[in-house]
Write a protein that binds this ligand. Structure first.
Ligand code: PNS
Length: 172
């Protein structure tokens, strides 16, 4: 039986931390689906299409058993639909634990068949988060150590665009 895992998230944007987790998961499972939520509750700076394109550029080219998909609604329903047996989540630090434990417990409650598998982030990536990276990029800092080149370029463009729009709206 093909063992499928789902790596869900908003990936706004994808970082080296995510890339590393998905690559490790792809060695454990027959197939891993990187599932991007289209529920924009986090007010993402990248559109769904932009996030998918960045993931495509960074994650799926080398590994044949990594796929990308979009899901909406409950994650456990998506798990049923795809026949996946495990949710993959990366754990960076103790601070992640409470949120992750809540999510894993709720998902277990919603569907007892669904397991959550946690992979510890490598020390090198344990302090990286999309939020931090956006903050550094917004203020013009160097993020090349934390995200693939395509993402660094996209972030630069995004904040340039936002800056231009801000200037325009202040002027008129
Ligand atoms: O890494 P993120 O962006 O915090 O991922 C959160 C995500 C998308 C995994 C989570 O919000 C989710 O599973 N959303 C789908 C809705 C759902 O199933 N909610 C119940 C479990 S929290």
């Amino acid at each position: 039986m093909t063992k499928i895992a789902v790596y869900p998230g908003s990936f706004d944007p994808v970082t080296y931390g995510h890339v590393h987790i998905i690559q490790r998961a792809a060695k454990i499972f027959d197939k891993v689906i990187m599932a991007v939520t289209d529920d924009n509750y986090k007010n993402t700076i990248f559109s769904l299409e932009e996030r998918l394109n960045l993931i495509k550029a960074c994650c799926t080219q080398k590994n044949k058993n990594i796929e990308i998909d979009v899901f909406n609604g409950l994650l456990v329903d998506y798990m049923e639909k795809t026949g996946a047996v495990a949710i993959i989540r990366g754990l960076r630090a103790v601070s992640d634990f409470e949120y992750e434990m809540q999510m894993a417990s709720i998902n277990k409650h919603l569907n007892r068949r669904v397991e959550t598998v946690f992979l510890m982030s490598d020390a090198e990536y344990s302090f990286i988060s999309s939020t931090m990276i956006k903050n550094v990029a917004r203020l013009g800092g160097d993020i090349s150590h934390f995200v693939p080149e395509e993402v660094a370029i996209a972030l630069k463009e995004k904040y340039k665009e936002k800056y231009i729009n801000k200037v325009k709206s202040n002027r008129y």
